[in-house]
Design a protein around this ligand. Sequence first.
Ligand SMILES: Nc1nc2c(c(=O)[nH]1)N[C@H]1C(S)=C(S)[C@@H](COP(=O)(O)O)O[C@H]1N2
Ligand SMILES: [Mo]
Length: 246
Amino acid sequence: MKRKLFIATSLSAALAGCGAIGTKLAENDRIRSILGAGETLDLALIGTRGLVREYAASDISAQFPINSFDTPVDAVYTHLIRNAFASFRLVVDGMVDRPLSLSLAQLNAMPQTTQITRHDCVEGWSAVAQWSGVALRDIIAAARPRKGAGFVVFHTFDRDANGVPYYESLDFSQALHPQTLLALRQNGAPIAPDRGAPVRLKIPTQLGYKSAKWVRHIAVVPSLAHLFAGKGGYWEDQGYQWFAGI
Ligand SMILES: Nc1nc2c(c(=O)[nH]1)N[C@H]1C(S)=C(S)[C@@H](COP(=O)(O)O)O[C@H]1N2
Ligand SMILES: [Mo]
């Protein structure tokens, strides 16, 4: 933990004023103007740049560390494990015309995509795995974000030792990127409880902490300012960069 905070502090110092977030926000204006035009999202126009490398099956790592808070042990999550996630619903709401509440069966019935990509943790390790599930852009498009929407927030089931929930957020250029995945399977098997079951984010264009495990609720919001400490994510609230591009 000490090391994490040290890295976060030196990263903030090194990146101060580099303007990465400013660039992303400018991109957001373009996306907002597309969303605001009252048309169906033209996904062909957004987020198709900057694909990260996809690997071969033979590159899949034999070991993939687990690096997060512990698997939740609260009554709600324990109940979900006991019924094999039959009562799980992924809620998508906020600034959308069509709020969604998706069961695991409904998520599995949507078009699935697969990627073999590298996960890069800020603590200095990387690992390659195959991830399959629903492209986040398909879920976002189905929910129909409204004019003024700026960010997609991921609320999860886990909390730190003080009870503070983990959360993450993306702007639309990251959320609609074709490799941004709501993963239902890792290396062909359903996401395990300690990997974020039943659904986790896998965003290979960004550092590992953006790939939220145990996602339960996706909220489309105009701004990140009023969530927790206002920096857009659990680690961001402790000084990590919100834009964590690889
Ligand atoms: N909900 C939640 N998601 C999380 C974390 C966490 O603590 N809680 N840790 C992040 C970090 S720092 C990394 S490197 C990856 C690790 O994923 P893994 O445990 O499958 O390797 O999950 C990310 N997503
Ligand atoms: Mo990480």
